[in-house]
Design a protein around this ligand. Structure first.
Ligand code: PMT
Length: 402
């Protein structure tokens, strides 16, 4: 989901930087729009670095000059249509007045008039300005128009006075965002252990046996579980991905390292989701020195690796266990067999022969298998969407187990 964050000119503007981070952790794509006054308090560069996107500061490309092209001339319309929410935080008395009166004299206020997305404002200002009848009247006008107002908190203000006027806590602002966008918080109290990526098995000091897992599926699950309020432990084989900032991250390399980390961390977990592509075989006798090239070729003996999920299932307690099944044929048959053999609550099966599913792509096509119910075939989705559907099923299973 996309959100435009309007930052206006008050001391609390510095808090908007942390707000951007927290919104991103909710899985939101944040476009920052700054008023001219906001730039007296914090620079656009800070927000550009945090969001990786250009910060919109001006209605026109450069002061007084015509827009460079038609796209920038009507950018406010494009942004207005693209966003799912406009959040103004901090909102000064001035911007509240301009919004209440429909004055469109900069990008932010023009965006407010142009968008049909819901709007939240989080005012912050001096106590007298907040309590002034003009401001209260403007806030009432905005409320009557359906704008959500996250009221300022009481406390010590930067101007030296005390009273209501301090920007509401970030958690209160995030709660309003979640409520307006209908974001779920149904994993609060759960500890979700997710595995991701490949494992690597040494053949000798320079060669490894591994697979094409990028970690995208597992990382998407970790991010979605965090968004929905869980404590998340992410155990991953080598990938190029950055772990979500709030996850407890444990990098591993081999199947044995993953096994030890999972068995250790699972004690605290209430849900375990194994999205990692764990090696099924490893060299029976890894060589301590580099194997020399020989004219007659090379035959390597492989032995099975320990089955981490099956081991976990033997002492499962009240944990919900979710496995993935990477299949190239007989998807339903194989997935059901894994559900039973590994003692799982849910198997997420993906046909990894498809170009738009499985390894190293951003989308996946999965079927969900649970005991005693018909399989649920999902259409092609982003891995983020798949992650949410898997977690919906986890929440359903948790309700059934109570
Ligand atoms: O990482 P990406 O590029 O995003 O790709 C995603 C994915 C294709 C890796 C993912 O969607 C997926 O299918 N992961 C499971 C891959 C796999 O190992 O499947 P499997 O059918 O071989 O194993 C079944 C289950 O047992 C898996 O949950 C696996 O983690 C687990 N397992 C396997 C072997 C083993 N020794 N121990 C295990 O616990």
């Amino acid at each position: 989901m996309r959100i435009a964050l309007g930052v206006t000119g008050g001391v609390a503007a510095y808090k908007a930087a942390e707000l951007v981070r927290r919104l991103q952790q909710e899985g939101l794509d944040v476009q920052v729009v700054m008023t001219r006054a906001a730039r007296e308090f914090i620079t656009p560069l800070t927000f550009a670095a945090l969001t990786g996107q250009r910060v919109i500061t001006e209605m026109f490309s450069e002061e007084g000059r015509a827009p460079a092209n038609i796209e920038s001339a009507i950018e406010h319309i494009a942004v207005a249509q693209r966003i799912d929410l406009l959040l103004v935080a901090p909102a000064t008395a001035d911007v509240l007045a301009r919004m209440a009166h429909g004055v469109a004299d900069d990008f932010l206020t023009t965006l407010y008039l142009a968008t049909r997305a819901p709007v939240i404002v989080a005012p912050a200002m001096n106590v007298n300005m907040w309590e002034h009848p003009a401001t209260q009247h403007n806030v009432a006008t905005l409320r009557a128009r359906g704008v959500h107002v996250v009221a300022p908190e009481e406390g010590y203000l930067a101007c030296g006075m005390s009273g209501p006027g301090r920007l509401a806590g970030l958690e209160a602002i995030l709660d309003a965002v979640r409520q307006v966008l209908g974001l779920k918080r149904d994993l609060v109290g759960e500890t979700v252990l997710v595995t991701a990526g490949p494992t690597c098995e040494d053949l000798d000091p320079v060669r490894v046996l591994t697979n094409r897992s990028s970690g995208k599926m597992g990382f998407a699950l970790a991010e979605a579980a965090l968004r929905r309020g869980a404590r998340v432990i992410l155990i991953s084989g080598p990938t190029h991905l950055l772990p979500p900032p709030n996850a407890e991250f444990l990098p591993v390399r081999t199947t044995e390292e993953m096994r030890r980390a999972v068995l250790e961390q699972a004690r605290a977990a209430t849900v375990v989701i194994m999205a990692a592509a764990v090696a099924d075989f490893r060299p029976a006798a890894p060589q301590p020195t580099k194997i020399k090239r020989a004219s007659g070729g090379l035959t390597v003996a492989l032995e099975p690796t320990p089955d981490i999920l099956a081991e976990l299932a033997r002492d499962r307690g009240n944990r919900i266990l979710v496995g993935f099944a990477a299949e190239t044929e007989h998807l339903a048959e194989n997935a059901r067999a894994k559900l039973e053999a590994k003692g799982l609550d849910l198997v997420v099966a993906n046909d990894v022969t498809r170009a738009d599913a499985g390894f190293d792509v951003d989308t996946n096509v999965v079927t969900l298998f649970v005991r005693g119910a018909a399989p649920v075939e999902l259409p092609r989705m982003t891995k983020r969407e798949v992650a949410d559907r898997v977690l919906d099923e986890v929440v359903r299973l948790r309700h059934l187990s109570r």
